[in-house]
Write a protein that binds this ligand. Structure first.
Ligand code: DSN
Length: 446
């Protein structure tokens, strides 16, 4: 599969081989990750990467784009149909530039915008202070309540008080279904653009297991590599409602992407998006999406049964947020690293009202899209939940400490003591055996 790389660049091939083995024999549980089909990989590795195509189909700044035009139009048509929208731009390099383009199209620098607070589960590009979106716009964040659900009373109050130009609904760590309808009502009342960022749940929307925002939002953005199971990329969609509010919205979005923010589109990635959208249109994809959610609920039940606390007490979607505060604050790093040693990949994450910090948060975010892609189901989730709970309990007594020096020392001590721990070794072996029963990229060798 990488024969030529092996011959020409064995050093690189060695790293790639190790990464393939890591993916094959570990449990990938970061909820924003997934395994693309070999067809998507083929499109990504194609000669389409050679082309420059600034502009849009039939309106390019370079010659030789007659076939690239067809590829891009195919991706656009497939997205329009699947998401029930009027206008699609498939050129964003990924989710962050897609979101930035929405600001460029709808706001002027300094305008007020509203999005979910990052530590509450929102995204950097929804106005967080260190992102360009929080620096160039007046960001008024909303929060979740102590039960972990969006504080909609606060959303209404802030929107009426600040009259934002743009309101975002979307998140990276929110385990519940989004109330698109309620957001649309308040956005309409204050005459704001309403943008939904469905990066995490795009596949669930297509699969019909999460409500679609197409009836409620003006703009929908998404990445294409999460539950949608495509290549790393982004899309911006304008709905019928969006064009009614602003008939020029599609054109404004296109101009914001090119020439506003980007140069030539990545045509090999556009082809891979077309492949993924073709796959997502098949009936099997609906079953896949439903299974992601069933698996996640089952994983959540198993964790709870084994004494682990979850933000909001469970999930409606593909992800869970473990609240580690019953064991103390800032425990995420210990749990993430111990799980890594057992070949279970998750990420440390803030939880709402986290008593620690973003780098040393008190939660773990995990989910089921990738495990579901390798055909694991509820019985496997039950087992995996019990392994994760065992590992959490194993490391729950480790303390971070308050000063920087104490933290460095404590983490080093933790790493020394935990490396090669018998329980982690035992679970790592069990993980490997489980992975062999659910092969990934079967027959693919690097
Ligand atoms: N990095 C993505 C995630 O993990 O959710 C969001 O951009």
């Amino acid at each position: 599969m990488i024969e030529k790389i092996k011959l020409q660049d064995p050093e690189l091939a060695g790293f790639m081989k190790k990464e393939l083995a890591r993916q094959k024999f570990g449990l990938e549980m970061i909820p924003s990750e997934n395994f693309v089909s070999e067809t998507v990989l083929e499109a990504l590795g194609s000669v389409l990467t050679n082309k420059y195509s600034e502009g849009y189909p039939k309106k390019r700044y370079y010659g030789g784009n007659e076939f690239i035009d067809e590829v891009e139009m195919l991706a656009i048509e497939r997205a329009k149909k699947l998401f029930n929208v009027e206008h699609v731009n498939v050129q964003p390099y990924s989710g962050s530039p897609a979101n930035l383009a929405v600001y460029l199209a709808c706001c002027k620098p300094g305008d007020t915008i509203m999005g979910m607070n990052l530590p509450d589960g929102g995204h950097l590009t929804h106005g967080w202070k260190v992102s360009a979106t929080g620096m160039f716009y007046n960001s008024v964040p909303y929060h979740v309540k102590s039960d972990g659900y969006i504080d909609f009373e606060e959303v209404k109050k802030l929107a009426r008080e600040h009259r934002p130009k743009l309101i975002w609904c979307g998140a990276t760590a929110y385990p519940r279904e989004f109330p698109f309808e309620e957001f649309a009502e308040i956005a309409d009342e204050v005459d704001a653009y309403f943008a939904t960022d469905i990066a995490h749940i795009a596949g669930l929307v297509i699969g019909g297991v999460h409500k679609s925002p197409s009836e409620y939002a003006h703009i929908i953005t998404t990445t294409t590599h999460k539950t949608l199971r495509g290549p790393r990329g982004g899309m911006i969609m304008v709905t019928k409602k969006g064009l009614l509010k602003d008939p020029e919205l599609g054109m404004k979005i296109d101009r914001a992407i090119f020439p506003g923010l980007q140069g030539g589109p990545h045509d090999h990635k556009t082809a891979a998006i077309a492949v993924a959208l073709g796959e997502a249109a098949k009936p099997e994809f609906k079953e896949y999406a439903a299974q992601i959610v069933m698996n996640c609920k089952s994983l959540g039940e198993s964790l709870k049964k084994n004494g682990i606390k979850l933000v909001t007490g469970g999930t409606d979607n593909h992800l869970l947020l473990i609240d580690l505060t019953p064991f103390g604050k800032g425990k995420g790093i210990f749990v993430q690293e111990a799980l890594d040693m057992a070949a279970i990949t998750t990420n440390k994450n803030t939880i709402p009202a986290d008593p620690s910090s973003a780098y040393y948060p008190s939660g773990i975010r995990l989910g089921t899209p990738a495990l579901t892609s390798r055909n694991m189901k509820e019985p496997e989730m039950k087992t995996i939940g019990s392994w994760i709970a065992e590992i959490i309990k194993l490391v729950s007594d480790y303390e971070l400490g308050d000063s920087k020096d104490e933290r460095i020392e404590n983490i080093e001590k933790f790493r020394e003591e935990i490396a090669g721990h018998a329980l982690l070794k035992e679970i790592r072996e069990k993980v490997k055996e489980l992975c062999k029963r659910f092969p990934l990229y079967d027959g693919m060798e690097y």
